[in-house]
Design a protein around this ligand. Sequence first.
Ligand code: SAM
Length: 199
Amino acid sequence: MDPAKVKGFLSPVEGQMLSQYAVQGVLLGEAVEIGSWCGRSTIYIANEIAKTGRLFFAIDHHRGSEENQPNWEWFDKEVWDEQAKAIDTLPHFRNNIRLAKLEATVVAMVGNSAAIGKAWGSPVGFLFLDGGHTMSAALADYRAWVGHITQGGILAIHDVFPDPADGGRPPFEVCEMAIASGLFARIDQVDSLMVLQRL
Ligand SMILES: C[S@@+](CC[C@H](N)C(=O)[O-])C[C@H]1O[C@@H](n2cnc3c(N)ncnc32)[C@H](O)[C@@H]1O
């Protein structure tokens, strides 16, 4: 299945770059994604992880971010569950992972990403950060997960816009904070995807 045809927010060049770094990172620890939506980024990454025989942990509460809610810019009525009166991308995600033949590789973790990060216990060699984009959500994810990333591990952040005219600032600010902490160095970038490496 072509991941570009899955509902989502990642460009093909971002998907290719992510999968390249995921394969590098998974040599050092687990590979984790925060923010799967309907599985576009998941499929780009898991297609390559599958070749290594490792798992890919895909975290999302599947209720959508702020900007996906009714009357917001990125609302999509096709993922609205009328019975729950809420967004539900999980059935779409699950179906797409099945169609992509990645059920043996992708482990869906349905819940709050920061809460899962606090309970997580394994070293992480690749972390893709693409969950909530408010400052509090982006910061909570960063704080809950940063300590799990191993030396040499990859932290990839999506929607990093240095110019506020191009988009919201929190992913950019988290990225700057990671670099300013001295723990990470910027190693690559394409479109709005920034790739950092744990020093
Ligand atoms: C921008 S979308 C992810 C897009 C996806 N990576 C792609 O390739 O299209 C952000 C996702 O983060 C999820 N999300 C937002 N806040 C979250 C949280 N606190 N815990 C878990 N998932 C969250 C939303 O449900 C949404 O599916």
